[in-house]
Write a protein that binds this ligand. Structure first.
Ligand code: PLP
Length: 483
């Protein structure tokens, strides 16, 4: 049979050339290995439940009741029967029933959203969810309801994960290749890919690896000036805190430096704060808090995918805008234009919206689900911290491996100082996969300073798995680099 020649068609070159390493050739090879029956350990992406992290009970109880509201009344009936005759329910006790708190909360949510989860919502998300997000932000930042810097529900968008928030902003800011957005190097490739897709220019700035990935205004000025010399109009700066892939947690001074810089050059700050719960003892300080009353435009992002929630597949998150600029030559605020962008896809998915609501509305202290919720949260975060330390300890036994910065987010980004001549971090990660089953991402997938080599590993696999694979990795490494 002669194969039918396929139709050649002119495609969008920006999309054709766009790269996204965390789902790139290494994970593709891992999929092939799995199809051949080999075991792989997917550490290429921050996807906690894919590696066995259990969902938070409170979230899933509410979610299931809202999806199937008839269960609320059923659960109440069963509980009444149980209380009337506990002996008739042998083997069951109070804890086997859903708490009144969760049942009442579910009723409350349905009173705000009587159509349930099957109906489109407002494009920016239901008002009660945006109000809950605003009060979460204020609680987090210690802002009183009477304070002028309190969060405004009308400047909040509930989105399909933080990724959609980032896309809304970048698509809006980029007109052509002369429009630039500053991004840290290394960075999470959502940013490079979205800038590329929009046809804009990525303007790199370089946090100082040997100094725990901090940076100051000089670093930022250098990168801005270099871009301006090439005729690029820099419109925004992206900061990822805690960092992906570095895991670095920024201090208040660095955040202040970004704000001063943005103020001076009249640019927007895009603060990706999806890892705000993943700080393991360090303190997370939000951009909104440090910004206070300063009139710098701030777009901050959060997500249900990370933290201790790990609900990546449910695609929820929000974008909060402060000091919205207006589109040049008009008095139309960018918030209005983003609302228009959101309207094009009608609304974000309602399960993600609900989980975003739950993320910002944890069980009240002293309520029935409170203890279990806190225990699950503590265990997940402690476990992540333990695993990060296990992997960092393993690096000490690997020839020429250094890892800088405080531990944050879900990743370690060690520098591979010693690779055989002529090989790259990509070659290393590929061979590591073939030898041990560990799926990591080469540093070049995130961008890195010239002449340096890294890899990123998500510290998510169960401890037992790590205990087995880390010695194999150490052995592989020392053999590979000394071959
Ligand atoms: C820094 C950063 N921002 C955004 C995202 C995307 O998050 P979401 O799942 O909410 O789209 C990720 C995912 O790994 C991330 O690491």
């Amino acid at each position: 049979l002669t194969p039918t020649p396929s139709l050649p068609i002119d495609v969008n070159q920006n999309i054709f050339e766009m790269e996204y390493a965390v789902r790139g050739p290494i994970p593709k090879r891992a999929a092939e290995l799995r199809n051949q029956g080999k075991t792989t350990i997917p550490c290429n992406i921050g996807n906690p439940q894919a590696l066995g992290q259990k969902p938070i009970t409170f979230y899933r109880q509410v979610l299931s009741l809202i999806e199937e509201p008839s269960k609320i009344a059923r659960e109440r009936r069963l509980k009444t029967l149980f209380h009337g005759n506990p002996k008739g329910f042998e083997g069951l006790n109070e804890r086997d029933f859903i708490s009144d708190y969760v049942l009442d909360l579910s009723d409350k949510i349905l009173s705000y959203a009587p159509a349930g989860l099957g109906a489109y919502t407002d494009s920016n998300g239901p008002l009660f969810i945006r109000q809950a997000i605003a009060s979460y932000i204020d609680r987090r930042d210690g802002v009183e309801p009477s304070d002028p810097t309190r969060s405004d529900p009308d400047s909040i968008f509930v989105t399909n994960g933080a990724s959609e928030s980032a896309k809304f902003i970048i698509d809006l800011l980029i007109g052509d290749e002369n429009d630039g957005i500053m991004i840290p190097i290394p960075q999470y490739p959502l940013y490079s890919a979205t800038i590329k897709k929009a046809g804009g220019t990525q303007v790199n700035y370089y946090p100082d690896e040997d100094n725990g990935w901090i940076f100051n205004t000089t670093t930022l000025e250098e990168s801005l000036q270099a871009a301006e010399k090439k005729g690029i109009r820099v419109k925004a700066i992206v900061v990822i805190n805690p960092g992906n892939p570095t895991g670095a947690v920024l201090d208040e001074q660095t955040i202040k430096a970004v704000i001063d810089f943005a103020m001076e050059h009249r640019i927007i700050i895009i603060a990706d704060e999806v890892y705000q719960e993943n700080v393991y003892g360090a303190k997370f300080v939000s951009f909104a808090k440090v910004l206070g009353e300063q009139k710098v435009p701030l777009f901050s992002l959060h997500s249900i995918s990370k933290g201790f929630y790990g609900e990546c597949g449910h695609r929820g998150g929000y974008l909060e805008i402060r000091n919205s600029p207006t589109a040049d030559g008009t008095n139309v605020p960018l918030t209005d234009i983003i609302l228009k962008q959101a309207s094009v896809s009608l609304c974000s998915n309602t399960v993600g919206q609900l989980l975003t609501y739950l993320m910002v509305s944890p069980p009240a202290e002293g309520s029935e689900p409170y203890e279990l919720f806190q225990q699950e949260k503590r265990e997940i975060l402690q476990n992540l911290s333990d695993k990060a330390n296990m992997i960092r300890d393993a690096f000490k036994e690997m020839d020429g491996v250094e890892c800088f910065g405080r531990i944050g987010a879900m990743y370690l980004f060690p520098r591979l100082n010693k690779l055989p001549v002529g090989t790259t971090d990509f070659d290393y990660c590929m061979r590591l996969l073939e030898t041990t089953g560990l799926v990591t991402v080469n540093g070049s997938g995130f961008g890195q300073r010239e002449k340096t080599q890294h890899l990123r590993i998500a510290f998510l696999p169960p401890k037992e798995l790590l205990q087995n694979v880390l010695p194999e990795w150490i052995a592989f490494h020392n053999e590979y680099v000394n071959a």
